[in-house]
Design a protein around this ligand. Structure first.
Ligand SMILES: Nc1ncnc2c1ncn2[C@@H]1O[C@H](COP(=O)(O)OP(=O)(O)OP(=O)(O)O)[C@@H](O)[C@H]1O
Length: 254
């Protein structure tokens, strides 16, 4: 039986009188990529924020590998395997690309800087970080300061950091937004590689139809904060209700 890695049960958040996420119950099994779609303001980012712990739920639960994590903070959720793509604000702007990545790998491995182990572990960490940078095609920028990276390269580094963290649940929020057409395929190929790992699950907030078609095993649709549809891409896309009410204008232009 496929293991459920992440689950939200009646997950809800209210901002004053506004219900931004409305009793969303959803299970995310290992080996699946779920695209989360819906019109602007539907609650996609807020749902992500509730899962990653950036905001606290008003009601309902978030369960990771069978454990209730609803009351845990961002760092503890991350330590337990919940990985949300890093934003530039989570990085150290005055450290290099390689140094940033090495820090996240080190944090995952819980390695300290013991005097005698430092040299060895440093070499290992550098090798692992360099390998990831090659995969995201950032190896030639490894010594560049994060603050000096182009937008496209920053986005690649965000994905590299997530791979370095190696979480059970990968969460991507429009990972190719603002990237050039030449750069985006590198990121999409990497997400395809990640989803091929059947012990992981991937959540992807995405507006671009072609990206959804290429990557998604399943689509969930949020509308006014509530779960409006959940199923295989072809089924959800074909649904007249979804096309008209939730996807029409929003996704057509892509
Ligand atoms: N901190 C907040 N305080 C008050 N209202 C909020 C807050 N965060 C989000 N909202 C509201 O909750 C609703 C859902 O917003 P959210 O950003 O999650 O939508 P979205 O589906 O991610 O939209 P988009 O596709 O435009 O990014 C919106 O009406 C938004 O204005």
């Amino acid at each position: 039986m496929t293991q459920i890695l992440l689950e939200t049960d009646a997950l809800t958040v209210r901002f004053g009188g506004h219900v931004a996420v409305d009793a969303v119950t959803c299970k995310f099994p290992a080996g699946e990529l779920t695209a989360i779609v819906g019109p602007n303001g539907a609650g996609k980012t807020t749902y992500f924020n509730l899962i990653s712990g950036q905001i606290a739920a008003s009601a309902g639960t978030v369960t990771l590998k069978g454990q209730d994590i609803t009351r845990l903070g961002v760092a503890e959720r991350c330590r337990r395997g919940l990985g949300r793509a890093f934003q530039l604000t989570n990085l150290f702007p005055n450290l290099s690309v390689l140094e940033n990545l090495r820090l996240v790998i080190q944090a995952r491995k819980h390695q300290g800087f013991g005097l005698f182990t430092m040299a060895d572990s440093h070499t290992e960490l550098t090798a692992e970080a360099s390998g990831i940078l090659e995969r995201v095609r950032l190896d030639t920028q490894k010594d560049q300061l994060v603050s000096e990276l182009s937008h496209g390269d920053q986005r690649k580094l965000e994905v590299a950091m997530l791979i370095g963290l190696d979480p059970l649940v990968y969460m991507f929020d429009e990972p190719t937004a603002g990237m050039s057409v030449d750069e985006a395929p590198v990121i999409l190929d990497l997400i395809a590689e990640i989803k091929a790992d059947t012990s992981r699950t991937v959540l992807l907030v995405e507006h671009k139809l072609d990206v959804i078609r290429t990557l998604a095993d399943r689509i969930i649709v949020l509308h006014n904060g509530a779960l409006a549809a959940d199923g295989p891409p072809a089924e959800v896309m074909a649904s007249a209700v979804v096309q008209e009410a939730y996807m029409g204008k929003e996704l057509d232009h892509v």
